[in-house]
Design a protein around this ligand. Structure first.
Ligand code: KG4
Ligand code: ZN
Length: 340
């Protein structure tokens, strides 16, 4: 017998995190993430290894999510899973597992767009934050995407600006690699940046359309800069790591905020949210708080556990779709590339 509570299981497997979460009426009951450490030694995600690790992790991760939520799988009302975008081999694991589970339990299957989930994670009920009001602007910043999205309703979103090349997370990770830092480099740059001088070095901010981004030039300029400095002083990196990281982070955050300011000006919308792995960055979080104070925006910054890949964000989209009876057919297929 199902209770009047709606229990949704969310499953995320688009990249290198195997995650499962249970949500009930907007509140997260459990949120389990198994981060795959295997990729560290390769300096980036190895798709075949990611897929194999998902296969090993998915059953225990789902079991733990149900256990922590203190429910039995028979109480689930629906299974929501990440359909895309992401690595095909990784997506296939979550997709086929979710299909079988939904079929076995005879409950609806709900497909979720990973990037929509990074935005709709703001609708998870938390004590710290209120949900954004429509329409709002969302800056989605992750390892695969950098977009400014105008969000008119839960499932009515329009990309109004985006990166023409690398994503901002890639810019963090690739420049970190140049500095000899391990993968993923974003959190490490953030850590060093907090001890450094953001004005020590100057890096260029590429010129593209007012709402668009470009990051590949930044990576090249960091590479040339470091090579030049190391020729002069072989210990340049170790002696200046904090200042280099602080200057890099300062440039990236200022660039992101410049574009957001352009978007606010163009749309007249001052309700602004950030989402995706890079929204865990201390620089962008501080800049958003400052914008709220100085520019009068209403800003929405996700809790840390809902910034990087997680299944709670998949489960909340599942719940929102469940309410609208937006279910997937059982022949739904994973999609490596998927628009908002
Ligand atoms: O959303 P996410 O977990 O996965 C994708 O959907 O891509 O984002 C991962 C990205 C990585 O590039 C990682 O370096 C970056 O988010 N990231 C950070 C921080 N935490 C994670 N970048 C900068 N500062 C951080 N604190
Ligand atoms: Zn993500």
């Amino acid at each position: 017998m199902k209770s009047k509570h709606t229990y949704i299981l969310g499953i995320e497997s688009s990249c290198d995190d195997t995650a499962a979460a249970v949500i009930c009426n907007g509140t997260v009951l459990s949120n389990v993430v198994a981060t795959q450490s295997i990729h560290k030694e390769f300096g980036g995600v190895v798709p075949e290894l990611a897929s194999r690790a998902h296969q090993q992790n998915i059953v225990p991760v789902v079991q733990l999510a149900l256990h922590k939520a203190n429910i039995d799988k028979k109480q689930l009302n629906a299974i929501a899973f990440t359909r895309g975008p992401g690595l095909m081999g990784s997506l296939l694991v979550g997709t086929s597992f979710s299909k079988s589970l939904a079929m076995g339990l005879e409950v609806p299957l709900i497909d979720v767009n990973h990037m929509q989930a990074h935005i709709l994670a703001h609708f998870i009920k938390t004590e710290e934050q209120t949900a954004p009001q429509f329409p709002f602007l969302a800056l989605t910043i992750s390892g695969g995407h950098t977009q400014i999205v105008k969000v008119d309703d839960y499932f009515k979103m329009e990309v109004i600006g985006q990166s023409i090349d690398d994503a901002v997370g890639e810019a963090f990770d690739k420049t970190a690699k140049i500095l000899g830092l391990s993968y993923p480099g974003g959190p490490l740059i953030d850590k060093y940046a907090q001890k450094g001088n953001p004005k020590a070095f100057k890096f260029p901010k590429p010129k593209v359309g007012p709402l668009d981004f470009s990051f590949s030039g930044l990576k090249t300029s960091v590479l040339y800069f470091v090579e030049k400095q190391v020729k002069i002083n072989p210990d340049f990196i170790s002696e200046n790591i904090s200042d280099v990281c602080a200057s890099l982070q300062f440039t990236i955050v200022e660039y992101l905020m410049d574009k957001l300011k352009n978007a606010v000006k163009q749309t007249g919308i001052t309700e602004v949210a950030i989402g995706g792995g890079v929204s865990a960055n201390s620089g962008i979080r501080n800049a958003m708080l400052q914008a709220e104070k100085e520019l009068g925006w209403k800003t929405h910054i996700p809790k840390f556990e809902y910034c990087t890949d997680n299944a709670a964000m998949i489960a909340i989209v599942g719940e929102l779709k469940y309410k609208q009876q937006l279910f997937a057919d059982n022949d739904v297929v994973a999609k490596a590339r998927m628009k908002l």
